[in-house]
Design a protein around this ligand. Structure first.
Ligand SMILES: NC(=O)c1ccc[n+]([C@@H]2O[C@H](COP(=O)([O-])OP(=O)(O)OC[C@H]3O[C@@H](n4cnc5c(N)ncnc54)[C@H](OP(=O)(O)O)[C@@H]3O)[C@@H](O)[C@H]2O)c1
Length: 336
C-alpha cells in the first residue's frame, strides 16, 4: 500500500515511526505492507516510489527542519505536484487545522480523491467547513474517507458510536472534546486564575499556536461538526454551531459551581441544537473528568447512556488512530 503523507510534524513523524516499528506485525496480522512514497512539509518534499527510508527521513527533518534535503537534488517538487503525479493508494493529511478556508488540507484531500486515492485526515479544518461535500466527493470517486483521529485523538470515539452502538439510535450526546480548555478549567477549580492556568497550559505545550482555536471553542466545535455528521447523519458545518468559549469564566463562577458540588466544563452538545458552551455539571457526572482528558456521553434509544473517556490528543495516540484507519481501508477495499 503506497502512501503520500502531507505534513511531517508531530503526528506525521509519530505515524512514520509507528509504521516502522510495527512493519512485521502489520504484515503478519493484516497482510499490510505500507510504504511512504512521498512526504512534504512547508519547505519541500521527498519522494521514492519504492518507499522512503523512515529513519533517514526523520534525521533529515531534525537536522534541516524540512524533508527536502532527503535527496541530493537542489529542488524538490511541490506537495500538490506529488499528489497529482505520484502513484499511491492512500493520502494521509496531517497539516494544520484552520477554520477560515481549511487550506492547504482541503485542496490536498479533494485532489487525492479525484485521482482515486483513499484519504485519511487528522486535519479537522476541511471536515469542519465542508463535511457533507467531502463525503459526496469521496462517494462520487468511489474512494474511502476516514478521520478517526480528528475526534478524541487515539480514543476511538467515532468508532465506538458508529460500530459498537450499531443498530441503536443515538438520540443525543454531549462531551468534553477539547483537552486544553479542560486542563485550564481544572487548574482554575484548584485555585489558579484564568491567566495563570493559561500560562501553565502554554508552558506544557497544550495550547494551539493560535490560542483562539482552544479558548474560543473552535476546536471543540469542529469536532462537534464531525460527530453530528458521522454519527447523527446531519448535514452541518461549523457555521451551524452556536459557540461560546471560556474566556469569560472567572474564579467567582468556578467557586459558585463548587459550592453546588459542580464544576464548569466546556461542553459540546448535540441535542435539540448544536452548541459549544461552558456549563456547570455535577462532579459525580461521569463526564466530569479532569486535566487534559476528553469524555463523551452518548444517549441511545434502548441502551441508555454510555460514556467513553480517554486522552484526546498526543502524537503517538493520534498516529495509532491513523493506523486503525489504514487497516480499515485495507479491509474495506479488498472486499470489493
Ligand atoms: N498533535 C495532536 O495531538 C493532534 C491530535 C489530533 C489531531 N491533530 C491534528 O493533526 C494535524 C497535525 O498536527 P501536528 O500536531 O502534527 O501539527 P504540527 O506538528 O504543526 O505539523 C503540521 C505539519 O504540517 C506542515 N504544513 C503546514 N502547512 C503546510 C503547507 N502549507 N504545506 C505543506 N505542509 C504544511 C508543517 O510543515 P513544517 O514542518 O514545515 O512546519 C508540519 O510538518 C493538525 O491538523 C491537528 O489539528 C493533532
Amino acid at each position: 500500500m503506497r502512501i503520500i503523507l502531507c505534513g511531517f510534524g508531530v503526528v506525521g513523524q509519530s505515524f512514520a515511526k509507528l509504521l516502522e516499528s510495527r512493519s512485521e506485525d502489520l504484515y503478519a496480522r493484516y497482510g499490510l505492507k505500507p510504504r511512504i512514497v512521498g512526504v512534504f512539509d512547508r519547505n519541500g518534499s521527498a519522494i521514492d516510489p519504492s518507499g522512503l527510508d523512515i529513519n533517514r527521513l526523520i534525521d533529515v527533518k531534525k537536522k534541516h527542519n524540512s524533508v527536502k534535503k532527503y535527496a541530493d537534488t537542489k529542488n524538490s517538487i511541490s506537495g500538490i505536484e506529488i499528489i497529482n503525479d505520484l502513484e499511491a493508494e492512500v493520502l494521509i493529511e496531517t497539516t494544520e487545522s484552520n477554520y477560515k478556508d481549511a487550506e492547504p488540507g482541503m485542496t490536498h484531500i479533494i485532489s487525492a480523491m479525484k485521482r482515486g486515492m483513499h484519504v485519511i485526515s487528522v486535519n479537522k479544518g476541511p471536515l469542519a467547513l465542508a463535511f457533507p461535500s467531502l463525503m459526496e466527493i469521496a462517494a462520487y470517486n468511489q474512494v474511502l474517507f476516514r478521520f478517526s483521529g480528528t475526534v478524541g485523538g487515539g480514543t476511538p470515539i467515532l468508532d465506538f458510536a458508529k460500530n459498537s452502538l450499531r443498530g441503536e439510535r443515538i438520540i443525543s450526546f454531549s462531551g468534553i472534546l477539547n483537552g486544553t480548555t479542560n486542563y485550564i478549567l481544572t487548574n482554575m477549580a484548584n485555585g489558579m486564575s484564568f491567566n495563570d492556568a493559561l500560562d501553565d497550559a502554554k508552558q506544557k505545550g497544550y495550547v494551539e499556536a493560535d490560542e483562539s482555536l482552544d479558548l474560543d471553542g473552535l476546536d471543540a466545535a469542529a469536532k462537534l461538526v464531525i460527530l453530528a455528521n458521522w454519527i447523527m447523519g446531519m448535514k452541518v458545518v461549523m457555521s451551524d454551531i452556536k459557540i461560546t468559549g471560556i474566556r469569560k469564566i472567572d474564579s467567582v463562577d468556578i467557586k459558585r459551581a463548587a459550592e453546588k458540588n459542580s464544576a464548569i466544563k466546556l461542553i459540546a452538545s448535540c441535542n435539540k441544537e448544536l452548541t459549544v458552551a461552558p456549563k456547570e455539571i455535577s462532579t459525580v457526572d461521569p463526564l466530569c473528568v479532569s486535566g487534559t482528558l476528553n469524555a463523551i456521553s452518548f444517549t441511545s434509544e434502548h441502551s441508555g447512556t454510555q460514556t467513553i473517556i480517554g486522552r484526546g490528543a498526543g502524537g503517538i495516540e493520534t498516529a495509532s488512530s491513523i493506523l486503525r484507519d489504514l487497516i480499515d481501508i485495507r479491509n474495506e477495499s479488498t472486499k470489493t
